[in-house]
Design a protein around this ligand. Structure first.
Ligand SMILES: [Fe+2]
Length: 349
């Protein structure tokens, strides 16, 4: 199995399929039984959940819609999530997903350990990146209905169903600090290099699930938002590298700046731990020759990464059954040539 994988956009269903029926595991590591690890899923659905609620005993969901708005009813109230917004629904919370826009698709990062929190800002200080003030929690909204209702539970990676005679969304009021929330990615306060070099993408962390070792997370949710690029005397795109973390990337909309072709909205890629990767050959050629004036990059684009210190293993569905693996992904780097010139001298400034 290659350690670099890229998938074409995952298919929207042709048969009636709701959010839970449209869930597929893509990759993961660890063990839900000992509450250590993380998983990556996609959902692809075309109908609303009817008289049914879902809850996850295995971990906390960070949901990233790529196509179609999600109207999510939770025990805490209602959350409307558009593409370019995200929401977090923690372990145990009952929720039901309606699809007002029809066929919908998106990505999910599930963490088994702790929960999704803001990263420590360190020298950035009190404010920056995703600001706490921009996260929204629902207000209570109850439905008092006595009718057959299914409660679907994900436990140990398997689904179980219980039946009851009333809606679970009957909470009239609540208080506390364990509640689902949403965030608009357009509100991210992007921080980056204004001198030289390409900064580690951890500077774009929106939310993290920390491990016991500082600096290496169970999972980071990182975005590559529209922003100014101003670095001088530098190769501006992501450098060629190996990583002590695993990198799962997706694209909500637009064109990712390090891959000019082949990585399209609704698709995904996985660069496994310590496997080399970097910009494709056309991106390298363009960035090596262009004048380094201030440029607004990633306009109309939102790529993201689920980055994990765990060694992610793709699932059988992702490799075999989805039919979406691009087996020619390695070709992205085949056009790169050695440019070493022992007589090269830097330009004088
Ligand atoms: Fe990387």
């Amino acid at each position: 199995m290659p350690n670099q994988l890229r998938w074409s956009p995952f298919d929207l269903p042709t048969e009636p399929t709701d959010f839970v029926e449209g869930l597929h595991s893509i990759a993961g590591a660890g063990d839900v039984g000992v509450r250590h690890g993380m998983g990556v899923l996609i959902y692809a659905a075309n109908k609303s959940m009817e008289d049914a609620a879902f809850y996850n005993s295995d971990g906390d969901f960070l949901i990233v819609p790529q196509q179609g708005r999600l109207d999510i009813t939770t025990e805490f109230g209602k959350i409307m999530v558009h593409p370019n917004e995200i929401c977090v629904i923690q372990r145990g919370i009952r929720f039901s997903v309606a699809l007002p826009d029809g066929p919908s698709r998106g990505y999910i990062c599930e963490v088994f350990n702790g929960t999704w929190t803001l990263p420590d800002l360190g020298p950035i200080g009190a404010n920056g990146l995703a600001n706490g003030r921009d996260f929204q929690t629902p207000v209570a909204a109850f439905i008092e209905e006595e009718k057959p209702f299914r409660i679907i539970n994900k436990y140990g990676g398997r689904l179980f169903t219980a039946k009851q005679d009333h809606s679970p969304f009957n909470v009239v009021a609540w208080h506390g600090n364990y509640a689902p929330f949403k965030y608009n990615l357009a509100l991210f306060n992007t921080i980056n290099s204004v001198s030289f070099d390409h900064v580690d993408p951890s500077i774009f962390t929106v939310l993290t699930c920390k491990s016991e070792r500082p600096g290496v997370a169970i999972a980071d949710f990182v975005i590559f938002p529209p922003r100014w690029s101003v670095q001088e005397n530098t190769f501006r795109p992501p450098y060629f590298h190996r990583n002590c973390m695993s990198e799962f990337m997706g694209l909500i909309h637009g064109t990712y700046e390090a891959k000019q072709g082949g990585f399209v909205p609704g698709g995904a890629s996985l660069h496994s731990m310590m496997t080399p990767h970097g910009p494709d050959a056309p991106t390298f050629a363009k960035a090596s020759a262009e004048e380094l004036k201030p440029m607004y990059i990633a306009k109309g684009t939102q790529a993201f990464m689920f980055e994990s210190s765990m060694q992610l293993q793709p699932t059988h569905w992702a490799i075999k059954e989805s039919g979406k693996v691009q087996h020619d992904y390695f070709q992205a780097w085949q056009g790169l040539k050695s440019n070493f010139n022992p007589n090269w001298k830097p330009a004088q400034h």
